[in-house]
Design a protein around this ligand. Structure first.
Ligand SMILES: NC(=O)c1ccc[n+]([C@@H]2O[C@H](COP(=O)([O-])OP(=O)(O)OC[C@H]3O[C@@H](n4cnc5c(N)ncnc54)[C@H](O)[C@@H]3O)[C@@H](O)[C@H]2O)c1
Length: 314
């Protein structure tokens, strides 16, 4: 078995690749170091993967790469590449989302039709739901994104299901709910909050902090991908969440306890495009994949804080 991980220098792609490599399975990774956040953070991840002799890295965009050659000998594709982040998707940057979330996915799907890939996992997002009418959110909930980012993630998910329905491509879409864990993205709330508390600096909370999220530990996301690659679930869509939800205020309290310091918080107005509450109903993933989140919030946060401390020397 040989795997292709797209967006391998990114937060989630790195963890998927590391899981397979640590089990002695070969991984080809592709990433174009999109400047969505500082390159050294992505290089650090790739450097860690290069320690495995079974890792092959291609620095290129999916939009330009010779995908036929890249897919040669690959049994499963984990498509994690994309432009993440809800707030910057408004305004003049939208073309970056269209190119890297929609066009790149379409190009990859097209190439997979000529390859012998057994499974294609697409990293979808809870943002396809927008403000869901009911919690926890089921896969049957209406998909009504409230951000341009969510629109591009949903468009790519639709492309995946078209390639399944019309061409029989073995595609599975996993809708991740806010993922966290070691070697995180710098733009995510947990990274920003933890860095501020560690440095004794002020942090900004949008709104009153009573908005809530269903957070998912990255090892659980990796586990869901491995399960979906092994089972015959092509054409299906699954919520991948961590169980329950927590408010931003409660998250900050947990971080204060773990770090042992008080946060200095300033509240500003809410941001357009942010869902008020998210929480995954993961019963479909449990029934079809045997997926169950295994890491609790405190344990996962402690590991995340340790990694932030080490990387930023705080
Ligand atoms: N992190 C989350 O909470 C979360 C939640 C839901 C969905 N997702 C999805 O999961 C995927 C991974 O997210 P992440 O948090 O690891 O983000 P990330 O930004 O850390 O990783 C994405 C990687 O993809 C690369 N990339 C982007 N466009 C590319 C292209 N055209 N060719 C090659 N490489 C390209 C980027 O350089 C980056 O390293 C994304 O598709 C994102 O939309 C993430």
């Amino acid at each position: 078995m040989s795997y292709l991980v797209t967006g391998v220098a990114g937060f989630i792609g790195f963890h998927i690749a590391e899981r397979f490599l640590s089990q002695g399975q070969p991984v080809t990774g592709i990433d174009c170091f999109l400047d969505s956040y500082p390159r050294p953070i992505k290089e650090d991840r790739v450097q860690r993967l290069r320690e495995y002799s079974l890792f092959r890295f291609v620095e290129q965009s999916l939009i330009e790469a010779n995908l036929e050659a890249l897919l040669d000998g690959i049994s499963a594709v984990f498509h994690e590449a994309g432009q993440a982040g809800v707030r910057p998707s408004w305004g003049t940057n939208f073309h970056i989302y269209v190119e890297n979330n929609i066009l790149a996915t379409q190009r990859l799907l097209e190439a997979v039709t000529h390859a012998r890939v057994r499974r294609f996992l697409y990293a979808s997002s809870s943002s396809v739901y927008g403000n869901a009418p009911e919690l926890p959110i089921r896969e049957t909930s209406p998909t009504q994104p409230i951000s341009p980012y969510g629109v591009t993630k949903l468009a790519a998910e639709h492309l995946c299901s078209l390639y399944w329905k019309n061409l029989g491509l073995p595609v599975v879409s996993l809708r991740y709910f806010t993922v966290f864990g070691p070697r995180p993205r710098p733009d995510m709330a947990i990274t920003i909050f933890a860095k501020a508390i560690l440095a004794g600096e002020e942090m900004v909370v949008f709104g009153d902090g009573e908005q809530s999220r269903g957070f998912t530990y990255v090892d659980d996301v990796v586990d869901a991908n491995v399960r979906a690659a092994e089972r015959d679930v092509s054409g299906q869509v699954f919520n991948i969440g961590g169980g329950g939800r927590i408010t931003v205020n409660a998250l900050i309290h947990l971080l204060e306890e773990i770090i042992g310091k008080r946060a200095i918080v300033r509240h500003t107005e809410s941001q357009k495009g942010d869902a008020l509450h998210t929480e995954a109903d993961t019963s479909r993933a449990y029934q079809a994949l045997g997926y169950q989140p295994a890491t609790d919030m405190r344990e996962g946060l402690a590991k995340t804080v340790a990694s932030i401390r080490e990387f930023y020397k705080l």
